[in-house]
Design a protein around this ligand. Structure first.
Ligand SMILES: [Zn+2]
Length: 233
């Protein structure tokens, strides 16, 4: 029996057309961090896009294989060599992605992650969400409803939500194994094992087998420059 809190209580209030975007720094972060959650929601018919902010040619091929494994309908990838050097340009691309895909929910890295590209991604995404809602900047402005951060390399000390991914763990692991160029990083087996034991630990906390952890970041819902100046909770 699972007493896992579901990430998207929001779906109960807004069951139709809820779009989720998972924005991460590198090819593989989406599978390592949230592969189970992505597979869960694509398999239940929700519209999911992943946006990867940097790439190399071989990893782009792996990314497309992994996101196909997870059932992502709209995988997107930018061709910047890293996130930090191109932060300003990437922010514009993330704003354009938000305006085009118009997600209700965005998931990204932790602001205190050990990897500078992950930390920068968090700040880029947070700022892009705010800018995308400015009606004075964009005729097609869009207000994202929820922002969640999730675990890639370090743990959330006190997650708000644990999503039960037990039925999707094998899909997550298959997606991770698409990244053949990465599998020996950190020592043989580390890459798969690290994320397996993390999801097992989160599963134990959630009284199930495997889970992924999320923390909600409050978003500004009211601004003189937002089209919608009042919101539902
Ligand atoms: Zn990464």
């Amino acid at each position: 029996m699972s007493c896992t809190l579901e990430l998207f209580l929001y779906f109960i209030l807004h069951p139709k057309d809820v779009k989720l975007a998972f924005i991460f720094a590198h090819p593989d972060d989406e599978s390592l961090s949230t592969g189970g959650t992505i597979a869960k929601y694509t398999s239940t018919g929700h519209i999911v896009s992943t946006l990867c902010l940097s790439s190399t040619e071989d990893r782009e091929t792996e990314y497309l294989a992994a996101t196909e494994t997870l059932g992502v309908q709209e995988p997107k990838i930018l061709d910047y060599s890293n996130v930090v050097d191109f932060e300003r340009q990437i922010k514009k691309d993330v704003i354009n992605f938000i305006l085009e895909f118009r997600p209700e929910i965005i998931v990204t890295h932790l602001p205190e992650d050990y990897h500078i590209d992950h930390r920068t991604t968090y700040h880029v995404v947070k700022e892009a969400i705010e800018w995308a809602a400015h009606e004075t900047q964009y005729d097609n402005s869009h207000l994202v409803s929820k922002l969640y951060i999730t675990e890639t390399t370090i743990l959330i000390s006190n997650p708000h939500i644990l999503v039960d991914i037990s039925a999707y763990y094998n899909v997550k692991e298959n997606a991770i194994k698409c990244y053949t160029t990465q599998l020996s990083k950190g020592g043989e087996g580390f890459y798969v094992k690290f994320h397996k034991y993390r999801t097992l630990m989160r599963g134990t906390q959630a009284s199930t087998d495997y889970a992924e952890a999320f923390h909600e970041i409050p978003l500004k819902k009211n601004s003189p420059f937002f089209k919608t100046k009042n919101s539902e909770l």
